[in-house]
Design a protein around this ligand. Structure first.
Ligand SMILES: C[S@@+](CC[C@H](N)C(=O)[O-])C[C@H]1O[C@@H](n2cnc3c(N)ncnc32)[C@H](O)[C@@H]1O
Length: 442
């Protein structure tokens, strides 16, 4: 017998009191019947009319947008971006919140994840509860930091560049993205016709004048001649192999951190906020306190940001091993770290490569995994290596909290935690946790 289709509630409106913030850029509310709503475009304590955007009767939760604000929070501001709002651009979650309130909301999310998934209060995690803005991001009211050095534009059927709507393939055409770095805006991507393209990624390095666009053509489409307002190198994503191929110019951009230049090939990872690489590198080094002669691991090392900083500090008698799955990122890391004799970079997944290395003890570990985190097996392995300190760089506080719980099982505790707002206007936040053996006093 076929199950009865459930009745969609999309479009239904509820007047609700808005409760606390939840991970993902929304707040929690309940309908009169007790059904949970994840409401965007609102703030804790507000009374709003929430219109359902996803979900059906009896679902565990519904998603909704606040379409009318009946009682506004004192943290609310008029969104500075004309493309923000219900049904519009999905790039920013907190355009309608004061900058200080955005950081408070991110702090509340971190605290909630730590408590729920790792059983830790902020004090137990050695965290003062604050989320620090990046240097230079505290701006007069109404001004928005222009921090996005990499912007992935989608293209409308008419060939206009835009940004995707929230949880949708639809494109919101934009004439100017407020959070895009000046180097991206200067290219004039939004003014060009991109007919035939699926997407156009713009990269403006912050450590050099390098500019690059990566085109993803629709199947069978011809590449346009790219004439932008500034010189750029051009890459394309291959229709068959999905790889990034050079059309003209350098196949990489040059970034700077810790007074070192890093080559970052197309498709390779580099932090998006211009201050992020240095901010995180400093937080990691201040937490680890490397000594001459130390041995260290840089896991999920990308093009070698932390391995380079560690190599400088552990000196000629020390050694650093980086592990990274991306082939091109490994080539870049080897190039970037070629001046160090005692730095090695292995290609492959950490979970496969680390056991194969046969390493049984190290002094220090940095891990900077993707959003899913490192996971139980990898964390369990790391806790057997006897590291004096471990720095965990996390772009997702939920994955961080889950992995901290695994570290706890393996005899490690969090010594300090710091949080940085490296993604203003969005719900994203970056944390650096420093762990050490639990039997060591604070
Ligand atoms: C958040 S980035 C960090 C890169 C680098 N630490 C930095 O700050 O520039 C995560 C990196 O992990 C790599 N990666 C993802 N899954 C991996 C895995 N299972 N094993 C090794 N590397 C992985 C990605 O290619 C990416 O370069």
């Amino acid at each position: 017998m076929q199950a009865e289709p459930k009745t969609s509630l999309v479009g239904t409106e509820y007047e609700v009191e808005v409760g606390p913030v939840a991970h993902g850029g929304h707040c929690i509310a309940r309908t009169a019947e007790g059904q949970v709503l994840f409401v965007r475009h609102t703030l804790p304590g507000e009374r709003v009319v929430a219109r359902v955007t996803e979900g059906e009767e009896g679902a565990r939760f519904l998603r909704a947008d606040a379409v009318q604000i009946l009682e506004a929070s004192k943290d609310r501001v008029e969104a500075p971006c004309p493309y923000a709002g219900p049904g519009r651009c999905g790039g920013c979650d907190w355009q309608h919140a004061k900058p200080g309130a955005q950081r408070r909301l991110k702090g509340e999310v971190i605290a909630e994840q730590l408590q729920r998934l790792a059983g830790l209060t902020p004090e137990e995690a050695g965290w003062d509860g604050t989320v620090m803005p990046a240097e230079g991001d505290k701006l007069p009211a109404g001004e928005v930091p222009q921090w996005r050095t990499r912007v992935q534009y989608a293209v409308t059927p008419e060939g206009r560049a835009g940004l995707r709507r929230h949880r949708s393939h639809e494109v919101e055409p934009v004439e100017h993205c407020m959070i895009a770095a000046e180097g991206v805006s200067e290219l004039g991507i939004e003014e060009r016709d991109w007919t035939g393209m699926e997407s156009v990624e713009a990269i403006a390095a912050s450590g050099s004048q390098d500019r690059q666009v990566i085109l993803t053509p629709k199947p069978g489409a011809r590449l346009p001649i790219v004439e932008l307002d500034k010189p750029v190198s051009v890459m394309r994503v291959g229709e068959k192999d999905g790889g990034v191929h050079r059309v003209h110019g350098r196949p990489f951009v040059r970034e700077r951190a810790d007074d070192r230049t890093y080559r970052v090939g197309s498709g390779g990872f580099w932090q998006v906020h211009p201050k992020a690489a240095d901010t995180l590198m400093k937080a990691v080094m201040q937490g680890l306190l490397p000594r001459k002669g130390d041995t260290a691991l840089d896991l999920y090392c990308g093009v070698g940001l932390f391995a380079g900083a560690l190599a400088d500090r552990v000196g000629e008698k020390g050694a650093v091993l980086g592990i990274e799955s991306g082939k091109r990122a490994v080539e870049d890391a080897r190039h970037n770290l070629a001046s160090f004799d005692r730095v090695r970079v292995e290609q492959g997944k950490v979970e496969a490569v680390l056991p194969r290395t046969g390493i049984t003890d190290v002094d220090l570990i940095v891990l900077d995994p993707p959003r899913a985190g490192a996971g139980k097996k990898t964390v369990a392995h790391l806790t057997t290596l006897g590291a004096r300190r471990i720095a965990y760089v996390a772009c997702d506080p939920a994955a961080l909290a889950r992995d901290i719980a695994y570290f706890k099982d393996g005899g490690y505790k969090v010594r300090t935690l710091r949080a940085f707002d490296l993604f203003p206007m969005t719900h994203h936040v970056e944390c650096v946790a420093i762990l050490e053996p639990a039997d060591k006093g604070r």
